[in-house]
Design a protein around this ligand. Structure first.
Ligand code: HEC
Length: 250
């Protein structure tokens, strides 16, 4: 009898504790399909440090509707300068661009988080004649090779492989109004940079997609379409050589 009682008690205890365990597990279930339910160990689901691309609406059982389905990756604070190593030429190329977008670019080109200007800085960029990415005999091949790579993936579908404005986007009839670079030889280096960086007319801003060094590389590449001898150091060399040998003969 005593033994039976003991067994009954054990059974009851087991049933009661199993029910509790079952209820505890059930308590994690919620109706909202987007919710992960009660998180028993929230730190294992979400790192306490804010990480990009994580939905932070649900933390420790509290749901914050405002944050729901919003990416946690934020635009860096205004005028933040990324770290590009210690090479001073690269660093100076990457500093914030001195010409600002006009306030209208907010609407026309969807630019946000920039310092805006009320003047027409594209016109002012006519004076910016220097490409700060210095083209030399040593680096010209690398610059043009890089330019080709970026141009082929980012620009050629509109501007065409030859820079004549006949990329597949245009020939398919999907898009028009793309100029041939040869029709815009009067543009300054600064204006070409400005148009690629902030966009112009039907062309979108590429500043958020490629960095400033890559854009200055493209400026050299666009110049090459306008003048095939642009940056051709070898041509100058071969021109010089015969003159020198002539002199030597005399
Ligand atoms: C979606 C199509 C499209 C893409 C992609 C595109 N462009 Fe353009 N681009 C245009 C159009 C359209 C214009 C004419 C804008 C105007 O003058 O109103 C233009 C104009 C230009 C101009 C002349 C700007 C000026 O100030 O007159 C340059 C230089 C240029 N693009 C370079 C590039 C480069 C380099 C890339 C690649 C990073 C590129 N574009 C990507 C459509 C495009």
């Amino acid at each position: 009898m005593n033994k039976n009682n003991y067994h009954m008690k054990c059974l009851k205890l087991k049933t009661v504790s199993l029910t509790f365990v079952f209820l505890y597990i059930l308590s994690g279930c919620v109706e909202n399909k987007d919710s992960s339910g009660l998180e028993y160990m929230p730190d294992m689901y979400r790192s306490p440090a804010v990480e990009p691309y994580v939905d932070y609406a649900e933390i420790r059982g509290k749901h914050d509707e405002e944050k729901s389905m919003k990416l946690s990756a934020m635009v860096p604070p205004l005028s933040t300068i990324p770290y590009y190593g210690t090479d001073s030429q690269t660093v100076s190329l990457m500093l914030p661009h001195s010409r600002r977008p006009n306030v209208e670019f907010k609407q026309t080109h969807g630019l946000n988080d920039y310092l805006f200007s009320t003047s027409n800085e594209y016109e002012l960029a006519k004076m910016d004649s220097v490409n700060p990415l210095n083209l030399t005999k040593e680096n010209s091949k690398e610059i043009f090779d890089n330019g080709k790579k970026i141009y082929t993936s980012m620009c050629a579908h509109c501007h065409g492989e030859k820079g004549d404005g006949n990329g597949p986007m245009v020939t398919s009839g999907a898009y028009n109004g793309v100029p041939a670079y040869s029709d815009r030889k009067a543009l300054s280096n600064g204006q070409i940079f400005y148009s690629i960086y902030y966009g112009k007319g039907a062309m979108g801003a590429h500043g958020p997609l490629i960095n400033k060094k890559e854009i200055w590389t493209l400026v050299h590449y666009v110049r090459k379409f306008q003048d095939k001898d642009y940056g051709a150091f070898e041509v100058e060399e071969t021109k010089k050589e015969p003159v020198e040998t002539n002199k030597a003969k005399k």
